[in-house]
Each structure stands twice: as C-alpha cells, then as structure tokens.
Ligand binder design. Structure first.
Ligand code: PMP
Length: 284
C-alpha cells in the first residue's frame, strides 16, 4: 500500500516503526486520531478534522505540541505528495509514549504522527447490518468526547459479531436503548420522505459528514429530523443509510434480514455531498 508518513519532522514513504513494549499507547491504548480524506485533489472539511483531533487529544488530557493549522498544512502537503488522482485516507494521530507511575500517562510525552495512504472511495453498492448486543458507553464511562482509539475495540467487536451472523456491519444502541450509530459511521433512516438521524447525546461520534449532510439535505428542501431514534424504527424504515468520512454516504441494503432499496434520500445525499465537494477548492 502506497503512503506517506510525517513523523518527527520528516516525510517517509516507509511506515515509521514507532512503538515498543514500554510505550503507553501500545500497552494501555492512549491514542487519539482523526480520519479525513483526500479525493482526487479535494480535501472536504479537512479543517474540521484537524480541529477535532486537537479537541480529542485535549479531552484525553494529552498535550499536543502542534496546532490544528499546522496539521492541516501538513495534510495538504502529504496529499500533494500523493498526486492529483489519488483517493486517500488522511490520519493525524496523537499518542502517549511514557507513563508516570502505575498507569497514568505522561502528557509531556504526547507524540504525533500523520499517515496518508491510498484508500479507494467505495462505490455505492451498499452494506448489510444487524442490531448488535453491544452498546456505546455513557459519557462518564469512556472518553466519548474524543475520537479515541480505546473506543474502537467495542465497535469492532460489534462488527465482528455482525460478520459472524452474516452481516457486514453492526448498529449499536446507546446506554438508554436508543439507536446510536454503526461501528464506524453514523446512521440514518428515511420514512415517508423524511430523513432521520439520532440526536447527539455524547455517547457516539456525531460525525463531521453527518453534520455536512444535515445541512445539504435541509438546503435542498429535504425534511431532516435530528432526534432520539428507537431501534424498532429501523425495522420499518423505507431506507437506512450511513454517513462517515470514509465511505461518505452508503446505503444499507439489508437490515436485520430485511432487504432495503438504495432509496432516493441516500442517493440525493450522496449526490449533494460530491456536488458540494467539487465546488470547494482543489489542492492542485
Ligand atoms: N462514528 C464513528 C465511531 C466513526 O469512527 C466515524 C468515522 N470517523 C463516524 C461515526 C463518522 O464520523 P465522520 O463523519 O466525522 O467521519
């Protein structure tokens, strides 16, 4: 896989070997990241992803030594290095090297690496999903205000469970039993021409793509409801779809064993997103 990496003031095309058994991030999972995209010279909402990774680091009481603006400039340079046709995943990441005492991370050892690598944009083929028996954590049980690596094994466990039961992805509930999100994307459904997505309640990552799509659908005159969603509502939805930086808008074509169409609202959301992206500035 082709990629470029910025670490310790230098660009490389080889993956830097950075962690050892004594590093806190390796041992106890003290890392945060963000995932943005370079898509054939466009970098949609890159500024928001760079701001979020700083917020995530601070939420984990890390001490970043680089600013959001500096990260954004590095991301743009890396995207340029990969060329105008590339479809890329752009992943700035903070992690802690050393611990103080038992398990306490040392904020002064906050380190940073930027990885930018080929990751073709998925088509609009769709995915299947099931309701998983694992939930998102409450705000006082995990650092749900950060895009923290330590939150991902639970989502990955739900996705693995779904795969073992014949589906591609899992829907997770929040601690009070409402729909939260998919393992690594936000969830939406459509019913009678209205697009619905769960309201932000700090148990799941209310994504940058979700917010962008809410605005784009509303400006196009599509009614959007942002509210608590009961799991049963997905069982009778006309459409279910996801939003997230990696796949942008993806239709769910089978939910809990029920076939679903690639419907008009998901299709419109995707078209609006790419149209908006192409109105933005190209890096080349
Ligand atoms: N939820 C989770 C758990 C995610 O990992 C992602 C992907 N970053 C999302 C939602 C979607 O967020 P965004 O649109 O900001 O990429």
């Amino acid at each position: 896989m082709a990629g470029v990496f910025w670490y310790n003031g230098a660009w490389t095309t080889e993956e830097p070997k950075i962690l050892g058994p004594m590093d806190h991030a390796f041992w106890l999972g003290s890392s945060v990241f963000d995932g943005a995209r370079g898509i054939r010279g466009y970098a949609p909402d890159l500024d928001l992803h760079c701001a979020r990774v700083i917020r995530s680091a601070k939420a984990m009481l890390m001490a970043p030594k680089i600013s959001a603006a500096e990260i954004e400039a590095l991301c743009k340079e890396g995207i340029r290095r990969m060329g105008p046709e590339a479809e890329l995943y752009v992943r700035p990441m903070f992690f802690i090297r050393r611990g103080l005492g038992a398990s306490q991370p040392d904020p002064d050892s906050t380190d940073f690496i930027l990885s930018i690598y080929d990751a073709p944009l998925p088509g609009f083929g769709g995915f299947s999903a099931m309701l998983a028996p694992f939930r998102r954590s409450a705000q006082d049980m995990a650092p749900t205000d950060a895009k923290a690596s330590c939150l991902y094994p639970n989502g990955a466990r739900a996705a693995t469970w779904a795969r073992q039961h014949g589906a591609d992805n899992a829907v997770l509930l929040d601690p009070s039993g409402n729909v939260a999100e998919l393992a690594s994307a936000n969830i939406w459904f459509a019913k009678d021409g209205v697009a619905v997505t769960p309201v932000e309640n700090f148990t799941f990552l209310a994504g940058i793509t979700r917010k962008r799509i809410i605005g784009l659908l509303q400006s196009a005159g599509v009614p959007v409801e942002v509210r608590a969603v009961k799991p049963e509502e997905l069982d009778t939805a006309d459409e279910v779809f996801s939003t997230g930086n990696f796949g942008k808008v993806q239709p769910c074509i089978r939910y809990n064993g029920r076939d679903l169409p690639t419907g008009p609202i998901a299709t419109k959301a995707r078209e609006l997103y790419f149209h908006w992206m192409e109105q933005g500035q190209r890096l080349f």
